[in-house]
Design a protein around this ligand. Structure first.
Ligand code: GLN
Length: 277
C-alpha cells in the first residue's frame, strides 16, 4: 500500500479493504470505508461520488497509516478517535472504554423510565467516555452527574458533554466516594465486569482498552458487591439503579439486590439488572 498518485479513490478503497481482511474479516469493507472517509474528510455518502476521482497523495498517506495501526489490532474506534452511541458522537481515547452497542440496552431502558416516572436527576457511575449520562441528558433533558476514578476519563467526558451541548457535573472518586450527601432519581453504571483470569484470553482489540475499565476481580462481580453495599444512600425513594452485566452474570448480580429484574439485549443476552427502591 504505497502512495500511488494514479490510483482512484475507488481503487484505494478496494486496496484498503483487502489489506484489512486479516484483522477485520467480514468488517473489512466497512472499516476501509470509514478510514477512507476519515482520510478524505468526507461523509460516507460523499465517498460514493468520489469513487472515480484520483486519490490525493496526502489522503493515501493518512489511509496507509490508519490501516497500519488497525493491523496491529488497535480498535477502529480508537484510531478514528470517535464513535457513535445512541446516535450521538463521542470522542474516544485509550484511557476510556469504547462505547458499545450492548450498552444502548441500558440507555434505552433508562430513557423509558425517565419518561414514565418523571425522573429529574441521574448519576452515571464509572462514566468512562460519559456516553451513558451524556446521551440521557441530551435525549431527555435530565440533569446528569458523572463520576469516575480516572481523571483522564473525566476530562474526556467533559469534552464529550461540550461536544454534545450538554451541561453536567463531574466528580472524581472511587465509586460513590466523591458523592457524599448527594442522591439521585436514577443511577446508571457499566462497571468493570470481566473476571481477572479471563482478561488474557480476550479479543486482541479489547486488550487495547484500559484494564481499569474491564477487570471486575476474581469472579467479575467485585464492583456489583461494592455497589450493593452502598447504593441506597445515593438513590431517592422510587428511584432505579441500572447495572450493565456481562454474559451469564445477571442471576448472580440480581441475587445481590432485594427488588431487581433483568433485561435482555437485542441478541437475547441478559444484559441489564434493574433495581428499584
Ligand atoms: N462489554 C465489555 C466487554 O465484554 C466489558 C465492559 C465492562 O467490563 N464493563 O468487552
Amino acid at each position: 500500500m504505497t502512495g500511488n498518485p494514479q490510483k482512484t479513490v475507488g481503487e484505494a478503497l478496494a486496496a484498503a479493504r483487502q489489506a484489512l481482511v486479516p484483522v477485520s474479516q467480514e468488517d473489512a469493507a466497512q472499516q476501509a470505508r470509514l478510514f477512507l472517509c476519515h482520510a478524505l474528510d468526507v461523509s460516507q455518502s460523499g465517498l460514493v461520488a468520489l469513487s472515480a476521482c484520483p486519490m490525493p497523495e496526502a489522503a493515501q498517506k493518512t489511509l496507509d497509516e490508519l490501516v497500519t495501526r488497525r493491523l496491529t489490532g488497535e480498535p477502529l474506534q480508537y484510531i478514528l478517535g470517535e464513535w457513535e452511541f445512541m446516535g450521538l458522537p463521542f470522542s474516544t481515547q485509550k484511557g476510556a472504554l469504547i462505547p458499545r452497542q450492548d450498552t444502548e440496552t441500558l440507555a434505552e431502558h433508562a430513557l423509558s423510565l425517565i419518561k414514565e416516572r418523571g425522573y429529574k436527576t441521574v448519576l452515571d457511575l464509572c462514566c468512562g467516555t460519559g456516553c451513558i449520562g451524556i446521551s440521557l441528558s441530551k435525549l431527555s433533558g435530565i440533569s446528569a452527574t458523572l463520576a469516575d476514578i480516572s481523571a483522564e476519563c473525566l476530562s474526556l467526558a467533559q469534552k464529550n458533554a461540550a461536544r454534545n451541548g450538554v451541561s453536567a457535573s463531574f466528580l472524581q472518586g472511587d465509586l460513590f466516594d466523591a458523592l457524599n450527601g448527594l442522591s439521585f432519581d436514577l443511577i446508571v453504571c457499566n462497571p468493570p465486569y470481566i473476571p481477572t483470569g479471563d482478561l488474557a484470553s480476550l479479543q486482541k482489540e479489547v486488550l487495547f482498552e484500559p484494564r481499569l475499565a474491564l477487570d471486575g476481580g476474581e469472579d467479575g462481580l467485585c464492583f456489583y458487591r461494592r455497589i450493593a453495599e452502598r447504593y441506597k444512600a445515593y438513590l431517592n425513594t422510587g428511584g432505579t439503579l441500572l447495572l450493565e452485566v456481562g454474559i451469564f452474570q445477571a442471576e448472580d448480580v440480581k441475587a445481590l439486590f432485594e427488588n431487581a429484574y433483568v433485561l435482555k439485549d437485542l441478541c437475547g443476552v441478559e444484559r441489564v439488572v434493574a433495581v428499584q427502591i
